[in-house]
Design a protein around this ligand. Structure first.
Ligand code: ADQ
Length: 460
């Protein structure tokens, strides 16, 4: 009898998060959509998950957790600095996000990127057998697909990029452009968040490598490479049912009453990253208050920002900038008992986020560039009451699907202020109509559907 293929997931991080401190600390499966969608498939197929634990030094031993075999990959302190903070977060991340911050091009970080990719590739090949599916994730591991294929040509190899894939004029800045493209071409299926990203990749592959063919199907090294968009999504049912629960409804009412009954709540939730447009959004809110289109009597902005990549200089800078802007706006506009911006610089649990989503009259998701953006999908999934209005950046991958949101160009501060004002006064019937549409879209295309459609394409 033919053995059914196992799924080996290869990602920079293991699907574990550390909770608690000191001797109380324990590892638990992360609650993000990716983990929720992929862990059951890995478990069902008796597969494995290969990733880094997040701490420098020798990796913990290979072990089973949550019914899944985990294979930790070690990174030395130096590799964390050169491969992760350096090449991944100071070269690829900014370049792939429209070079919002100048990317650095350091040859001394390239070697470690190659070495670490090889370490992940070897770990994958050690546990995969001919016919198995190896699914590599994200910009940290763009060389791994070709390395895996070289080590074991009998595997089915897939790759999915979670961030945007830049246009030619930016990608060509990379001194290692050909190697990175050939790395990806080692996969049988190369998936992106949007059609545009897939197209950018195919064009570059034809230009800088020996690949030929159409945007959707390339030929390289005598093989076919499928190139397509697979827009990622969220666990709709989890957010929907959580938001229907008595607890979330009670907590949302408590947030509303603390803010004041006649004040509209504008909400933003992001990782504290310069791509998310937090500074532009604050400026738009400030413009709204300055123009007198809104005041602290009738609205408040709640900005929740999760600290991220704090050892990278650009992240320290955006954090300081946001701190200063919140201080300036509050200094100029707050009144006794009425703060203009509530700023929470912390990570909230998914459970704690839902009441905020449920309480928000207007959700502001305005990244300067984003592969997809899951926050906007979490927001609509958390509104079974059909309340609330979504203001969404045209430059989030999600904008391609969520046309019923109020779409804005976040770099246009006045235009964004206009859109926020319009969102605050949208007739309730129209708001409900738009929200109904958005919810239907995310319900139909949830993260489970996303994983299934990728794996269907990858299956031998
Ligand atoms: P991210 O850049 O991390 O992901 P995003 O899609 O917005 O961005 O996902 C963030 C997740 O973190 C969401 O689940 C959100 O709820 C959570 N989060 C954000 N701020 C939080 C806070 N203050 N407290 C708690 N949780 C918070 C990358 C790409 C995206 C792509 C995803 C998935 O950059 O474009 O959508 O991968 O592919």
């Amino acid at each position: 009898m033919k053995r059914s293929p196992r799924l080996i997931v290869v990602a920079n991080r293991l699907p574990l998060a550390r909770f608690g401190a000191g001797s109380q600390a324990r590892w638990q499966a992360g609650a993000g959509g990716l983990v929720t969608a992929l862990l059951p498939v890995v478990r069902r197929t008796r597969g494995e998950w290969i990733g880094w634990s997040g701490a420098a030094g020798r990796a913990p031993r290979h072990e089973g957790r949550e019914g899944v075999a985990m294979r930790p990959v070690s990174l030395s302190q130096r590799e964390v600095a050169s491969y992760y903070h350096g090449f991944c977060n100071r070269t690829l991340w900014p370049l792939f996000h429209d070079a919002i911050r100048p990317p650095e091009f350091k040859h001394e970080n390239w070697g470690p990127y190659v070495d670490v990719n090889m370490r992940f590739a070897r770990a994958s090949v050690r546990c995969a057998k001919a016919g198995d599916m190896v699914w590599v994730h994200d910009y940290h591991l763009m060389l791994a697909p070709a390395m895996i294929r070289r080590l074991n040509p009998g595997l089915r190899v897939g790759f999915f990029l979670h961030i945007p894939f830049p246009p030619e004029e930016l990608f060509e800045w990379l001194p290692w452009r050909r190697a990175l493209l050939e790395g990806l071409l080692g996969a049988d299926v190369v998936g992106f968040q949007t059609h545009l990203a897939a197209q950018n990749f195919s064009r570059l592959a034809r230009r800088y490598t020996d690949a030929f063919g159409t945007d959707a199907l390339l030929r390289f090294g005598g093989r076919k490479v499928v190139v397509r968009e697979f827009p990622i999504s969220i666990d709709f049912d989890w957010f929907d049912s959580r938001a229907r629960g008595a607890r979330a409804v009670r907590e949302a009412a408590a947030i509303r009453s603390r803010i004041g009954p006649r004040r509209r709540i504008l909400l933003a939730v992001d990782r504290l990253d310069y791509t998310k447009g937090i500074d532009h959004r604050l400026e738009a809110f400030n413009r709204l208050l300055e123009r007198g289109d809104a005041s602290v009597k009738n609205c408040v902005l709640i900005q929740v920002a999760a600290p991220s990549r704090e050892s990278v200089r650009e992240y320290e800078e955006i954090r300081e900038k946001v701190d200063a802007m919140v201080g300036r706006i509050n200094g100029e506009h707050s009144q006794p008992g009425r703060v203009a911006v509530h700023y929470f610089r912390r990570t909230l649990s998914r459970e704690a986020l839902v009441p905020y989503y449920l309480a928000a009259d207007v959700m502001l998701v305005t990244p300067l560039r984003d592969g997809m953006n899951l926050v906007c999908k979490e927001y609509v999934a958390s509104r079974p009451d059909l309340g609330g209005v979504l203001v969404l950046s045209e430059f989030a991958g999600a904008a391609a699907e969520m046309r019923q949101a109020m779409l804005v160009n976040p770099r246009d501060v006045s235009g964004t202020a206009d859109a926020i004002r319009a969102a605050m006064s949208l007739p309730p019937a129209e708001a409900r109509y738009r929200m109904g549409f958005l919810r239907q879209r995310v319900r139909r295309h949830d993260v489970h559907e996303w994983a299934e459609s990728f794996l269907e394409e990858l299956a031998p």
